[in-house]
Design a protein around this ligand. Structure first.
Ligand code: G4F
Length: 334
């Protein structure tokens, strides 16, 4: 049941609506009968937004316009997905990342707190926390109790946002939840992230559109799940009686090398013939191994992942093969 207790459809606001998660979450909420509003930066080059979503051009760097949008939309639920979310980029833009990913969350929480005080209406808040906060992980698998050791400006900003979310819950009684999501991918994943970079390149190589794939550290291990499954967990968190924090993960870990094996193997190619190791894709400090334990989410939310590693890799390859085929047709007629 959506959290709104009124008879009119519940209203949700999604920040970062042009991203992968924003795209899947919009569809999920629209299918459940929500009125969906989305926050998109004016300069966004993201995914196309479902035409049933009302978009607002507001920026996480600017508190006044966030307040204006919250007051105008009067959402029952806010899903805060907007961020500078690329880990490697955060080393190049640490202050910008702190502004958007860290302070942007605080600005939004403040806008919601003032809106609640003015109107007396409760707004439920979801914070997109990240497994990157575990960083140089002190234990495996990681749970809600695992101590954070962030390894990038991005992860530091996410730790800040995590604690602000907890603090607004404790200090002001806000219904605020952290979803600590491990890596989650899909055919809609941005091409700068390693899984999609690999499936795009491998399918283009298959069709003779490319010959080389330049990558950094192949030994890094991640707990990769399907974004479509993970947005369901976000919604479930906001439907509970009490706000809380949850790890969302598959419980399996695989290296970048294994992802290459899976993708190139499926395409009957040998990745060793195409992959070139390029240090420009290494990070000044790396997160070597992440694997999450989502027992709490399973027991309290009834959530479990539906798509496994192999199926995920193949789903992405199948989608990118179609894209590459379209590119090949365009090439041919050039
Ligand atoms: O795909 P990645 O860039 O994802 P990363 O850094 O784990 O972060 C993603 O997941 C987090 C958890 O959900 C999010 F919070 C975050 O916003 C983002 O969505 O890199 C995965 C691994 C890294 O260890 C990286 O060093 O792949 C390694 N890698 C090796 N070569 C590469 C490359 N990563 C990228 N992006 N590009 C490469 O060429």
């Amino acid at each position: 049941m959506p959290s709104s207790r009124t008879s009119s459809p519940p209203v949700a606001l999604i920040t970062g609506v042009t991203g992968q998660d924003g795209s899947y979450l919009s569809t999920l909420l629209l299918d459940k009968g929500y009125v969906v509003h989305g926050l998109a930066p004016t300069h966004s080059f993201g995914l196309p937004v479902d035409p049933r979503v009302t978009t607002h051009h507001a920026d996480l760097g600017e508190g006044t316009n966030l307040s204006a949008v919250i007051d105008q939309v009067a959402p029952a639920e806010v899903y805060h997905l907007g961020a500078q979310s690329h880990v490697k980029v955060s080393f190049e833009l640490p202050v910008y990342t702190a502004e958007v990913t860290g302070l942007g969350t605080l600005r939004l929480l403040e806008a919601i707190r003032h809106h609640q005080a003015r109107t007396g209406r409760q707004v439920r808040f979801y914070q997109a926390s990240s497994s990157e906060m575990f960083g140089k992980a002190v234990e495996t698998p990681q749970t809600e109790q695992t101590r954070f050791h962030p390894r990038s400006p991005y992860a530091c900003a996410k730790v800040y946002a995590y604690w602000q979310t907890v603090n607004y819950r404790e200090a002001y009684g806000m219904f605020a939840c952290n979803g600590i999501l491990f890596n989650h991918e899909s055919p809609r994943r941005g091409e700068a992230f390693v899984t999609r970079k690999i499936t795009r390149a491998a399918t283009r190589i298959k069709l003779g559109l490319a010959h080389e794939l330049r990558l950094g550290n192949l030994d890094a291990c991640r707990d990769w799940g399907f974004a479509g499954d993970y947005v369901e967990a976000m919604w479930l968190m906001l439907q509970q009686n009490e706000p809380d924090d949850y790890v969302i993960a598959t419980g399996e870990t695989h290296s970048v090398r294994e992802f290459l094996d899976e993708v190139f193997g499926y395409l009957e190619l040998d990745w060793k013939k195409s992959v070139v190791i390029d240090p420009q894709f290494n990070r000044p400090s790396e997160v070597d191994l992440l694997r999450g334990d989502a027992t709490k989410a399973r027991e309290k939310l009834g959530w479990r992942p539906k798509v496994a590693f192999r199926e995920l890799a193949r789903m992405m390859v199948d989608a990118d093969l179609k894209l590459a085929e379209q590119e090949a047709v365009i090439e041919k007629h050039r």
